[in-house]
Design a protein around this ligand. Structure first.
Ligand code: HEC
Length: 125
């Protein structure tokens, strides 16, 4: 009985490792890095953006240089676009191919979306 009490008490003190140990993927971003670095990481991994967007060349989607240029010229808001709160301004005719990605981007935090934006803008010429 006494032993059981000790186990329960120890468990409560250590929260049984639930919160800290399992938190979420943002854990891996905790090392110091700039928004651009974080953006690139997301772009090339869980965002899967790289499969349709290259820095300086149009493949399936427009190049990052082109997106950055047009968003700057038109004073667009990439974060809003990725939340599906703003209309496409780069290539509206191809919008359906981009739209499917909102399932991923809408689950991202503001920090992650701003990092993606910073990464795209880092390609401004
Ligand atoms: C399946 C291919 C595909 C993937 C994957 C993809 N995109 Fe796109 N993207 C497109 C196409 C096609 C367009 C052009 C249509 C348009 O402008 O909306 C586009 C356009 C854009 C635009 C310009 C939108 C505008 O205002 O016209 C941004 C910003 C963008 N993508 C960001 C991203 C980011 C960030 C990711 C990763 C989370 C991503 N894309 C993943 C195909 C894709």
């Amino acid at each position: 009985m006494r032993y059981l009490f000790l186990v329960v008490a120890a468990c409560a003190m250590a929260s049984c490792g639930t919160k800290e140990a399992t938190s979420d993927e943002s854990f891996e971003y905790e090392e110091k890095q700039t928004p651009v670095e974080l953006g690139q990481k997301i772009f090339d991994s869980k965002g899967n953006c790289y499969s349709c967007h290259k820095p300086d060349q149009k493949i399936i989607g427009p190049s990052l240089e082109e997106i950055a240029k047009i968003y700057k010229e038109k004073n667009g808001d990439i974060v809003k676009f990725l939340k599906e709160e703003a209309e496409p301004i780069v290539d509206p005719a191809q919008y359906p191919a981009m739209k499917v990605n909102f399932a991923i981007t809408k689950r991202m935090s503001d920090e992650e979306l701003k990092a993606l934006e910073a990464y795209i803008y880092s390609h401004l010429k």
